[in-house]
Structure formats: structure tokens, C-alpha cells
Design a protein around this ligand. Structure first.
Ligand code: ADP
Ligand code: ZN
Ligand code: ZN
Length: 731
């Protein structure tokens, strides 16, 4: 007979590929602790929150330390989610403890107690009912009228935004009372879902029917032009899933989750919709995550990390704008939320829908090879017509903050006709460089770049401040040139700030609103900008933050300034990214009944990317690009991993990577490097990289399985910063 276990094997959030043995906390039997429970343990001089990952016997002669506490009696990670996270740790070659910790919301990762997920409602008290008829008109009175019946807090969030302040006023006067509602997860019988306000067109109908028909795993690429009504297809499929008593998870890009989008989901589905994004505080995030784990949250809409939400009753997973770069995590656990969503859908046995007007080449390739079902929406929904796209050749043309006279004329005409204009520039700040007109000196970041490859600082603050977009370093613009003392320092080129300045000067009667990462840190700041503009004629200036999200029915002209930088970038994905961006920005024009025009300013009017995109659209571009990728053995025809290393001196990273290359030996994979990284120095660290490639995924992972433990065991590994990036977004 086997002896009962005496120790717990714990996964800890530390960069080591192993589990750690602990005795259970005093008075607890090891056998009674479940896999997936949180556990508080002493580690070095700290206390860490780990996840119980196994049971075992203490090794002879080693007495493990006792754990400190078990925060709760039930496992937080279990079933499909736990199994999928094990798979993810293996795929990324990342420590299990870090992957498991990364899947928990921050508050739970820190060991905070489980939040209350009960749903509460509010209604008028006895006193409130008496007082209501005599109340003065105003926000408290309006809310009191709504609270004649019980309203749950989710409903109030959706239907009466800003309800908490007037509620406080009512509560202080004893006019309302809070009621814990019985959480009825089956509260959504088919009859309760409101009928759709829009009837789907034939293409939408057949797409949604295809999704609704599957029972089990299937992957769909919903490939529909901007404005073709993809969201209505998601909503239709989700409504069906809710009606069957299942949960739905919807992933949206970092900047796509607008209050408008959430309101649209709430209105159509008639059930509470739980949002999960970086705008929430830790408590709110933990509450939504746990509500999903308990089956209370039926529809979860969230950004990248929402892919880690437990779905005990999953019915469908949707990834909107599946091509979006924000799904890839760039540090720590470098997962791709779209790819992990597919893994989870397969493990859960539910359909997954990837939607985009500009699908990633990976997904298009999967659709073409039959791995995904390819659903197409070729027409804009409703009355909207596709925008007309024109190239503006600006060679030899005078430019003002990068804008040609033809573009300024078109803006004037659009405003005159009562329309709105979007000026898109993929570079924020005032100007990209500060240059001395007398000696050619230019401002560079002292912490980034090398003498061979200096890194320019961007001019900000209306021309007074310099900022590095790579390391965040800031300093004042010097009064005189540090090299020749000349006062002729000039801001060269144009960023969004400078464009805004020129447009305000040229069009003093139109509101000009700038939207970029500098001006609009928060999503609701953008919403306020849009609300301010309403449907009045006006100009929006911005970076890719403007490329998606909000519907602007009155937008009739889009001017794209400065695509040229993107046309000649070295990264293998840069063409794909530029094409997606151009199509997405263009898709903002003419969303309703007014036709839209898109002007693309360029010094390279004959560049093949622009010609193909304009003549044939995104799919023509993608065909050509896929052929190039195949010829060059790049993804999706090869699988890549990138080993990065950085240190204060140049030698250790190169030596470390050379060691890694030697260890790989003849593993049957392609190895390029070690070479300095495209950004060879950042924030004072010298950076190098080693590229690993294989045409078969299996081969690459076998090589990494053998390599990683040996790298981690090397003493040098602890003397520099290094990381492995499987399926890197760029090289
Ligand atoms: P996408 O997500 O593909 O960009 P949306 O789902 O946001 O498109 O739809 C674009 C616009 O078209 C929205 O205003 C939406 O209400 C409208 N729309 C979608 N489907 C239909 C339809 N079948 N009939 C009429 N209007 C529709
Ligand atoms: Zn000078
Ligand atoms: Zn810098």
C-alpha cells in the first residue's frame, strides 16, 4: 500500500523551472489539500503565494518547511484552465509557477482574500417611496424613479452610468436600500433575450448559422470588411450560446473596448456583461474573474489577459480584430492571447471565432489550408458604401507639418460640406527630431542607441521638451546647439502635436481634437473627446489609437500622413502591419450613409504595397505577402523563437548567446546570430539576439526542451538579463 502524501509540491512565481516541496500548514493533512489551491509559503526571506501542483513524500534526510496558510479551501485553478496553463508553460518554456500566477488577477496573486461576487441590487426604501413624488427634479430624483423597482448594479452600470454619486445622496437620506440578489445563473431562459433590433443580412446569417451549428471545437475565421457587421454576427452567436445556458468570452484589442461597445453588448444580450480590462481597479478585476469561475458571469468582454478567465460552462470564444498586435504580451510571460484562446477552445470543446477585416497572415493561411472554416462578409452592412482611396503624390510639393496643399484643400471641402475629418499620423509628439541647422547635430537619447545607430529623441510639449519613446527619458530642449552653440535648432518632421497646431491655425472655426497616447491615457478621455465633437464638423488628429473602436457616422474624409517610414522597415512583419493599419484607418471613413474618401500622402506613389492595396484590397496584398513569406521561409511557413540577452556591457550578451548556439549544436533547426538587436542599446543596456527557426514546430520545441534547462543551469545566466520569446511578434 502507498503511504499517504506528506508534502505538497508548490509552483511559485520565481524564474526557476521546478516545483518546491512544503509541509502543509500546521494542523492540515497534505492529502486534504487540492491541486490548484493557493498556498502561502516562506521563500528565501519572503512570503510567496503559490499554487499547489502535486503531492509527494519528503525525500530522505530533507525536512521541508511548513507552509504558512491556505487562503481558501477550494482550488482557484482547476479543470480545463489548469490543464491549458500547463500546456502554455510547456509551449513557452516558461516556469509553471510564473504562468499560473500570471493567470490570476493581481489581487489574488498577492494573496488577498476572495472578493464577494454576489450581485446586489438597489430599490427605494419605504421612506423613499413616500418622498419620491415630492422630490425636486435632478439626478437623485431621476435615479429614484428608476429604483421604484429593484435594479441590479450591473444594470445600473450599463443603463445609468454615473449612478453611484446620486445614489450616495439618496442613501444618506435613507431613501434607498441595498439588497443581495440570489444569483440565478439560469436567469436567462431563451425568452428573456431581447429580439435583435437588426435582422442579419444573408452573409451574416449564414456565418452565424455556421457557428451555431457546431457542437464541439471548431475554429472560424470571420473575414469581413470594416463595417460589414461582424459584431452583429458575434452577438447572434453569443445570444444563442447564452440561451443554451453557456458562457461566452469575447476578447477585444487593448484600445477597442469602449463603453459604447459594452453598452451595445448589454443592450443586445439582455444579461449582465462583465468587463475585464486595465481601466478597472484590482478589486474589480478579481471580482469579474471570480464571478466567471463561479459561473455567475455569463458574458465576459476583456482585453489580452481576459483569456485567462475560468469558463466552467463555456459555450463560445470570440477574438475580435484577431490580427491586433496588443494580443501579444511583450514581457514576462510572452503569450499570444489569440493563440491561447484557440488552445482553450479546443480543450473546452467549443467554437472559437476570429474576426477581422485584415486577418493576420497566420490565420489566413490556416483558413486557406482548411484548418479554420473561412466565413466571409464582403459587403458593408446597411447602406454604407466602401470608401474611395486615392494616393496623393507629395514629391516636390510644399508641406506644412507634413500636410500637402491638396490634403488641406480636401479637408476644407469636407468641413464645408458639414463632415468630419480624421488626420492619421503614426507618430505622436511634436516632431520626430531636433536638428541644428548650422552643424547638423541632432538630439539623441544618451541611454539608447549606439554611435553607429543613434536613437533620436522626439520633440514634445509644443517644442520645449525632448522625450525618448524607447526608454521614457526626458529632458528640456537645449537653448543652443551643444556642438556649435548655434541658436538655429529646428524641430524636423511632424508628429501629431505639430499637425494639431497647424490645423488649428488653418481652420480656426473647426474644433481640432488630438487623440494619441500622450493626450489620452485613458479610454474614457477618448470617449469624452468624441462626445465633445458629437456630429459637428471638426477634425480629429491621432495615431493608431484612432484606427478602431468608436463609430463615427459623420466621418467623410481620412488623410493618412507619413506612411513612408513604414514602407521600408526591416522587420518581416512590417508590411503586414502597415497594410492592416491603412485598411483599418480607411475603414473609419463613410461608416453610415455618407460616402467616404481616403487620401494617402506618400513620396513613393509607385510602391508595390500601396499599389496592390489600393487596386486589390487587403486580400490581394496578403496573397503576395504569403508567397514572399513562403519563399523566404518565414511564418506562417516556419516557426520562430527568439533568444534575447542584454547587459550593461556588450560582451556578456554575445557570449551567452554563443554558448546557447553551441549547446544547440546540430539540433536540425536553423540558427541566425548572435547579432546585435535591431535596437542595439536601450535604457543603458546593450542587447543581442539569437534567432531559431524550423519548418516543423515539433523540431523547434524539441531543441528548446533540451536547451532551456542547460541555459538556466549556467552560472552566466544569472549575470545578465535574458529571455526566450516563442513566436516573436518581430525580429
Ligand atoms: P464591423 O464589426 O464588421 O466593423 P459592425 O458590426 O460594427 O461592423 O457594424 C457596422 C454598422 O453596421 C453598425 O452600425 C451596425 O449597427 C450596422 N449593421 C450591422 N449589421 C447590420 C444589418 N444586418 N443591417 C443593418 N445594419 C447593420
Ligand atoms: Zn550645431
Ligand atoms: Zn532612451
Amino acid at each position: 500500500m502507498q503511504a499517504p502524501p506528506t508534502v505538497l509540491r508548490v509552483a511559485l512565481p520565481v524564474p526557476l523551472q521546478r516545483l518546491f516541496d512544503y509541509l502543509p500548514p500546521p494542523g492540515v493533512q497534505a492529502a486534504s489539500v487540492a491541486i490548484g489551491q493557493r498556498i502561502l509559503v516562506p521563500f528565501a526571506a519572503r512570503e510567496l503565494v503559490g499554487i499547489v501542483s502535486g503531492h509527494g513524500q519528503a525525500e530522505a534526510g530533507i525536512e521541508p518547511k511548513p507552509a504558512l496558510a491556505l487562503p481558501e479551501g477550494e482550488p482557484l485553478l482547476q479543470g480545463e484552465l489548469l490543464a491549458s496553463l500547463h500546456w502554455l508553460a510547456g509551449y513557452l518554456h516558461a516556469p509553471l509557477g510564473e504562468v499560473l500566477a500570471g493567470a490570476l488577477p493581481a489581487a489574488l496573486r498577492r494573496g488577498e482574500p476572495l472578493p464577494d461576487t454576489a450581485v446586489h441590487g438597489w430599490r427605494l426604501s419605504e421612506a423613499g417611496r413616500t418622498a419620491l413624488p415630492a422630490m425636486r427634479a435632478g439626478k437623485p430624483q431621476a435615479l429614484a424613479t428608476l429604483l421604484a423597482g429593484i435594479r441590479d448594479e450591473d444594470w445600473l452600470d450599463g443603463e445609468a452610468p454615473g449612478w453611484r454619486a446620486p445614489l450616495r445622496a439618496l442613501r444618506e437620506r435613507g431613501l434607498v436600500e441595498r439588497i443581495a440578489l440570489a444569483m440565478d445563473t439560469q436567469a436567462t431562459e431563451p425568452g428573456r433575450i431581447p429580439p435583435a433590433a437588426i435582422s442579419l443580412n444573408a452573409e451574416q446569417r449564414s456565418a452565424s448559422d455556421a457557428i451555431r451549428a457546431v457542437d464541439g471545437f471548431a475554429a472560424f475565421l470571420l473575414d469581413g470588411v470594416t463595417g460589414s457587421g461582424k459584431t452583429e454576427v458575434y452577438l447572434d452567436a453569443i445570444a444563442d450560446c447564452i440561451a443554451r445556458g453557456r458562457q461566452a468570452l469575447v476578447l477585444v484589442p487593448e484600445i477597442g473596448l469602449t463603453p459604447q461597445a459594452l453598452a451595445r453588448f448589454r443592450a443586445r444580450l439582455g444579461v449582465p456583461v462583465h468587463a475585464l480590462h486595465s481601466g478597472l481597479n484590482d478589486g474589480e478585476r478579481a471580482r469579474a474573474w471570480l464571478a466567471a469561475a463561479r459561473g455567475q458571469a455569463r458574458v465576459i468582454v476583456g482585453t489580452r489577459s481576459a483569456v485567462f478567465v475560468p469558463l466552467p460552462e463555456a459555450g463560445v470564444i470570440v477574438v475580435d480584430e484577431e490580427h491586433d498586435g496588443s494580443y501579444k504580451q511583450f514581457d514576462g510571460i510572452r503569450y499570444h492571447a489569440r493563440d491561447f484562446a484557440i488552445v482553450r477552445a479546443r480543450a473546452l470543446g467549443v467554437p472559437v471565432v476570429l474576426g477581422s477585416a485584415t486577418p493576420s497572415l497566420e490565420s489566413l493561411h490556416n483558413a486557406q489550408s482548411g484548418r479554420y472554416a473561412h466565413l466571409r462578409l464582403r459587403q458593408r452592412a446597411g447602406e454604407a458604401k466602401p470608401p474611395a482611396v486615392r494616393v496623393l503624390d507629395v514629391r516636390k510639393q510644399p508641406l506644412q507639418a507634413g500636410l500637402s496643399n491638396a490634403a488641406l484643400d480636401a479637408i476644407r471641402a469636407a468641413l464645408g460640406a458639414g463632415g468630419q475629418v480624421l488626420v492619421f499620423k503614426n507618430r505622436r509628439g511634436y516632431a520626430p527630431v531636433l536638428l541644428c541647422h548650422d552643424c547638423g547635430w541632432s538630439a539623441h537619447c544618451t541611454r539608447c542607441g549606439t554611435p553607429d545607430k543613434p536613437s533620436a529623441m522626439t520633440v514634445h510639449g509644443g517644442g520645449r521638451r525632448l522625450q525618448c519613446h524607447h526608454c521614457g527619458h526626458r529632458r528640456a530642449v537645449p537653448l543652443a546647439c551643444p556642438d556649435c552653440a548655434s541658436l538655429a535648432l529646428q524641430a524636423q518632421g511632424a508628429g501629431t502635436e505639430r499637425i494639431e497646431e497647424v490645423l488649428k491655425e488653418r481652420f480656426p472655426d473647426a474644433p481640432v481634437l488630438r487623440i494619441d497616447r500622450g493626450s489620452s491615457q485613458r479610454r474614457d478621455a477618448i470617449e469624452r473627446h468624441f462626445a465633445e465633437l458629437g456630429s459637428k464638423p471638426g477634425i480629429l488628429v491621432g495615431t493608431q489609437m484612432l484606427a478602431k473602436g468608436h463609430d463615427l457616422p459623420n466621418l467623410t474624409l481620412v488623410v493618412v500622413v507619413g506612411v513612408d517610414e513604414g514602407l521600408f522597415s526591416a522587420d518581416f512583419r512590417s508590411g503586414e502591419k502597415l497594410a492592416q493599419l491603412l485598411i483599418q484607418v480607411a475603414g473609419r471613413a463613410g461608416r453610415a450613409d455618407k460616402p467616404g474618401t481616403v487620401l494617402v500622402q506618400t513620396h513613393h506613389p509607385a510602391h508595390p504595397l500601396l499599389l496592390t492595396l489600393i487596386a486589390g484590397g487587403y486580400h490581394a496584398f496578403a496573397e503576395g505577402e504569403l508567397a514572399l513569406r513562403e519563399a523566404a521561409d518565414f511564418p506562417p511557413f516556419a516557426h520562430l523563437a527568439l533568444l534575447r540577452a542584454e547587459a550593461k556591457h556588450a560582451d556578456p550578451p554575445m557570449q551567452f548567446l554563443q554558448r546557447a548556439k553551441d549547446l544547440l549544436g546540430d539540433a536540425g533547426i536553423e540558427i541566425a546570430g548572435p547579432l546585435p538587436a535591431p535596437m542595439p542599446r536601450r535604457a543603458g543596456y546593450l542587447r543581442a539576439q539569437l534567432i531559431l527557426a524550423a519548418s516543423e514546430r515539433r523540431r523547434l520545441h524539441a531543441a528548446l526542451d533540451a536547451l532551456m534547462p542547460r541555459l538556466q543551469a549556467m552560472p552566466e545566466a544569472r549575470k545578465l538579463r535574458w529571455s526566450l520569446d516563442v513566436d516573436p511578434a518581430e525580429l
